[in-house]
Design a binder for this molecule. Structure first.
Ligand SMILES: [Zn+2]
Ligand SMILES: [Zn+2]
Length: 764
């Protein structure tokens, strides 16, 4: 039994030893009265209800000790002398859940900007948790009081699931006292028909405009700063960078700039309330979830965000990382400043994408077909963060098993420390032999590369070279040091292993992976192929069954072909004698997107390397350098390790890869605006001398191409601003260095020397 808890109504931290009670007797037997405290909280002038009963004052030493040791569970009404166990929050006089203090109380705050889809999210999430998640994770979500049942039915379930209508925007909690009724649930986890864990979960539907960092006393604000997890909903359709990329006929909500400030306001509020310095990193886990991802399908080709999530019984870290990484890189493109704000404010955050309705409700107010996707993922992440569900790692599974015994990570650490130090004594011998490290690459699932820091006793060949020269028999690591192949492979690992066989030329192993192989065809295929690698592999069905479908995308080059090709499709796997076998495979070639004249990119970075391959650090990888404002045509876009890269051709016909963070979509109807945007973006950053010179050259060039006089003048003034900034970057004593003196000479007509400051300035 805990001493302190958070009231799920007013979200005030309360001492459970000092609660009030409400008389439970029938109104005829004990006369009701006006509860001023509750009336105040509900925002009404009076609220007639049963009497409030205070805990009797402790007078003797024994009573005082008892009051300190145990929280009171019942008291006797001073008027009717009946026992009552209805506990009230001492602050707001709302009736506390009977489970309060017995279990972990988690308040999950769902917040979002106006029209971000909070109400839809809550309605669909609760249904999802009650049904599917309940089945997958052996847990059950139960409403804790009648108000929760009623409010969920009336305000959430009925509109979405029965009437199939769009829920109107949440009213401000200040405007409507009904919104003040939170949805309170208990989520209980079972293990072998026994209760393992129970948590109280509270959802409070708060309107974005209610957030005000100055007023820490308001209920809506306490809900956030006393929460154990925050789900911040963002509507990508409200972000300007997304709107320009979408097909022209997409129905859109109003543009909304408050999204960016919302996060800052939340962070400021939490720090104010807990009296923390502005540099303090907030520890409440924050799930940043993009809603309405269905509308973005045209931009998300081949992304796992287009598929339902696969968390079944465990929180799948691989899946989580891939979604988190992809969303983060998207977000860098769409709202880079938000990422920075996140990193400066929240210690633990992750990105998600979901759709609550599965269809775009803007325009029509009807939901034609309800197809929610990935709504549960942010919620599962928060449960995982609070160690209520486990992931695939051994430690996590172990901790979950030990939960009923309340064993902490710290104690486990002590035990492991002892075990390891005992083992180390015996293992000293093994440590002197060559050690192996894992190098994870995209080409192969796992490659073993000897660690150079340890002297080698035997030469290793092949392993460090390109995959095409890998020997057909992989090098076995010394027994007992690392195991490269797990005993039972997941379907995804199996598919990766199959392509590793083809890439490595291991015909026999590839043949063994088919249920009924066509040997001749396979041999020809493997001989024909120069190299092949997997770009993406996703499990489409549940892993537990004996037949699964896997979607893959592979690139490769055949010896007879001049260029590389790309294939995508599905594999059907069947479990035969405990091993996966390929039953059927349907792949078709993906043709590269032809450069469309309508959609181009403009380079926003100075001297950005055009690279042979989509990776930053590699010598000899740079084809050429692209100047600020260069207009390029994208051919292909990939996301790699959470970073997005474009394959592009320059106007001069050179091909290569650029990192998406140095690009901006260019609206061909409004190129001039793009020039202004690029310049403003650069001028608002910490640009160095070289960058500013490049920016000046770019602005000088384009201001002469522009026909509208107002635009030309705007570009001209940006040019002068960039010129002034470039002059400020020149150190006072280095005016005669060639790098600077050449620039000063070229700009001589526009600048003058200021005697008093000893520096060059733009002429007035
Ligand atoms: Zn309260
Ligand atoms: Zn009474």
């Amino acid at each position: 039994m805990k001493r302190y808890s958070i009231c799920p109504f007013c979200f005030e931290r309360i001492n459970l030893h000092k609660v009030d009670f409400r008389c439970a007797n029938a109104p005829g037997r004990c006369s009701p009265e006006n509860d001023v405290v509750l009336a105040n909280f509900l925002g009404v002038s009076s609220h007639i209800t049963n009497k409030v009963v205070k805990i009797p004052l402790a007078t003797t030493v024994w009573e005082k000790l008892k009051a300190w040791l145990w929280a009171p569970r019942e008291v006797i009404c001073g008027v009717c002398h009946e026992k009552t166990s209805l506990r009230l929050c001492p602050r707001c006089h709302s009736e506390l859940p009977y489970t309060i203090g017995e279990y972990q109380d988690l308040i999950f705050a769902v917040i979002g900007a106006k029209e971000a889809g909070k109400s839809h999210y809550i309605s669909v999430l609760i249904e999802k948790v009650r049904n599917e998640i309940g089945a997958h994770f052996e847990c059950s979500l139960q409403p804790l009081n009648d108000e929760t049942i009623r409010r969920y039915r009336e305000d959430f379930y009925n509109p979405v699931f029965r009437k199939k209508e769009v829920i109107q925007a949440t009213l401000s909690a200040r405007a409507d006292s009904r919104v003040r009724v939170p949805l309170i649930y208990t989520l209980s986890f079972k293990k072998k028909r026994k209760i393992r864990d129970v948590v109280t979960i509270v959802f409070f539907d708060t309107a974005g405009e209610d957030l005000d960092s100055e007023d820490t006393l308001r209920t809506e604000n306490k809900y956030i700063y006393n929460s154990s997890g925050i789900i911040l909903l963002l509507d990508p359709l409200q972000l300007p960078a997304v709107r320009v990329e979408l097909p022209a006929n997409t129905p859109l909500p109003g543009e909304n700039s408050e999204t960016e400030y919302l996060l800052e306001r939340v962070a400021k509020l939490i720090r104010m309330a807990h009296g923390k310095r502005p540099t303090y990193l907030i520890k409440i886990p924050l799930a940043v979830a993009f809603s309405k991802m269905d509308a973005l399908e045209p931009l998300l080709e081949g992304s796992s965000l287009n598929y339902p999530s696969q968390h079944d019984g465990i929180f799948d870290l691989n899946e989580f990382e891939s979604v988190n990484g992809e969303m983060e890189s998207r977000m860098r493109e769409w709202a880079g400043s938000l990422i920075q704000s996140l990193e400066h404010n929240f210690k633990s955050h992750a990105f998600f994408g979901f759709t609550a309705l599965g269809c775009n409700p803007h325009g029509s107010q009807k939901i034609d077909k309800l197809r929610p996707r990935r709504v549960e993922e942010p919620f599962l992440w928060l449960l995982w963060k609070h160690k209520l569900i486990g992931d695939q790692t051994f430690l996590s599974q172990l901790l979950l098993k030990l939960r009923p015994f309340k064993i902490s990570v710290f104690m486990l650490g002590v035990v492991f420390g002892l075990v390891i130090s005992v083992l180390l004594v015996g293992i000293g011998e093994v440590l002197l032999s060559p050690t192996y490290v894992y190098e994870k690459t995209d080409e192969l699932p796992v490659r073993l590369v000897p660690d150079d820091s340890v002297p080698r006793r035997f030469p290793v060949t092949g392993a460090e070279k390109q995959p095409s020269t890998l020997p057909s028999v992989p090098i076995e690591p010394p027994k007992g040091v690392v195991k490269a192949v797990p005993s039972l492979q997941s379907p995804v690992e199996f598919v990766r292993a199959y392509y590793a066989d083809i890439n490595g030329g291991d015909v026999e192993s590839a043949i063994r992976k088919w249920k009924s192989p066509n040997e001749v065809q396979l041999r020809t295929l493997i001989e024909e192929s120069q190299w092949v690698k997997i770009n993406r592999v996703t499990l489409l069905t549940r892993e537990r069954s004996d037949s699964v479908e896997v979607s893959v995308e592979v690139s490769g080059k055949q010896k007879s072909q001049r260029t590389q090709q790309k294939w995508a499709g599905t594999l059907v796997l069947e479990k035969v004698a405990g091993e996966w076998k390929i039953f059927e495979m349907q792949l078709s070639e993906v043709l590269p997107i032809s450069p469309s004249p309508a959609r181009k990119l403009i380079m926003t970075g100075a001297g950005v390397g055009l690279r042979k391959e989509p990776r930053s650090a590699r010598q000899g990888n740079v084809v050429t350098q692209l100047q600020i404002g260069s207009v390029v045509s994208p051919l292909e876009k990939i996301t790699k390790k959470g970073e997005a890269w474009y394959k592009i051709t320059t106007s001069g016909g050179q091909e290569g890869w650029v990192h998406s963070k140095y690009t901006m979509p260019l609206d061909s109807n409004n190129q001039e605006q793009a020039y202004v945007d690029v310049a403003k973006r650069k001028l608002s950053s910490q640009a160095d001398f070289g960058t500013l010179v490049e920016l000046c050259n770019f602005l000088n060039r384009v201001s002469q191409q522009v026909s509208a006089p107002a635009r030309a003048a705007e570009l001209k003034s940006l040019y002068l601003a960039a010129l002034q900034r470039s002059l400020e970057q020149i150190p006072r004593d280095q005016h005669d260095k060639p790098r600077y003196s050449n620039w000063l000479k070229r700009q001589r007509a526009k600048i003058e020397y200021n005697e008093s400051t000893g520096g060059w300035v733009v002429k007035k």
